[in-house]
Ligand binder design. Structure first.
Ligand code: HEM
Ligand code: HEM
Length: 176
């Protein structure tokens, strides 16, 4: 494949770069917390973990809403060219999907909290209020979307590595 020369000296804006890495850290922390929490027996520890999960999730929601604002207000570097039109479109699709998936994840988590009584238990800090079963449509959406998010992350990181290997370009320069 021909080497494509993207201009790597043009970066995303500082705010976009900071939000990118804060979000990445948040997601790498919140997913294991969510998985751990959902397999625990009801206990004070589970309640504390749920509280932490809710707080990180809401911070991620705010960061992503701010990121939507940045998307429209801050100049962005030209879209990456890979040598394949299909691949170029896939990159944009993955980037844009992240915005939607994170926002819907956070909203479904919030709705799950409110509709199942989790929120009440967390606010009152009362384990006895924690629902025995968390099972409704928002909870299912939340569980399904985390898998979608995991696939997007794998494709995203895989894409960075693939681009590095095939096109010999370190695209991290644009986001660091
Ligand atoms: C924005 C990013 C978020 C991610 C990536 C995320 C991820 C996860 C994961 C991986 C689980 C475990 C799912 C499973 O059992 O298979 C989970 C559970 C849960 N999350 Fe989130 N979450 C996010 C935001 C939120 C927010 C903002 C809230 C509420 C304010 C929330 C509330 C919950 C609740 C109540 C559960 C328990 C569901 C259950 O046990 O069935 N999440 N989350
Ligand atoms: C796990 C959470 C992550 C999410 C949600 C995410 C999301 C995004 C999004 C939406 C963009 C486009 C810029 C923007 O609109 O902000 C982007 C760019 C980028 N991300 Fe991530 N990212 C994550 C993690 C990572 C990780 C771990 C790496 C390291 C390999 C990485 C490497 C990059 C690179 C190199 C770019 C620049 C692509 C370009 O030049 O256009 N990301 N990311």
């Amino acid at each position: 494949m021909a080497e494509i020369k993207n201009d790597l000296s043009v970066k995303y804006s500082l705010a976009t770069r900071i939000v990118h890495w804060l979000t990445a850290i948040g997601i790498f922390v919140i997913i294991p917390i969510g998985l751990k929490m959902s397999e625990m027996e009801i206990s004070a520890d589970k309640l504390a973990l749920q509280k932490t999960h809710n707080i990180i999730g809401l911070v991620l929601l705010l960061l992503t809403l701010f990121r939507v604002f940045l998307y429209f207000k801050h100049e962005r570097p030209a879209n990456l060219k890979t040598g394949s039109k299909w691949n170029d479109k896939l990159i944009i699709f993955i980037h844009n999907s992240f915005y939607f998936v994170i926002i819907i994840m956070a909203i479904s988590g919030l709705v799950t909290n409110v509709t199942t009584g989790v929120w009440e238990a967390v606010q009152a800090n009362d384990v006895s209020l924690y629902p025995a079963i968390i099972e409704n449509v928002p909870a299912q959406v939340h569980k399904l979307l985390y898998l979608v998010l995991a696939v997007l992350i794998l494709m995203h990181i895989g894409g960075v590595l693939k681009h590095w290997i095939t096109n010999k370009e370190n695209t991290l320069k644009r986001i660091l």
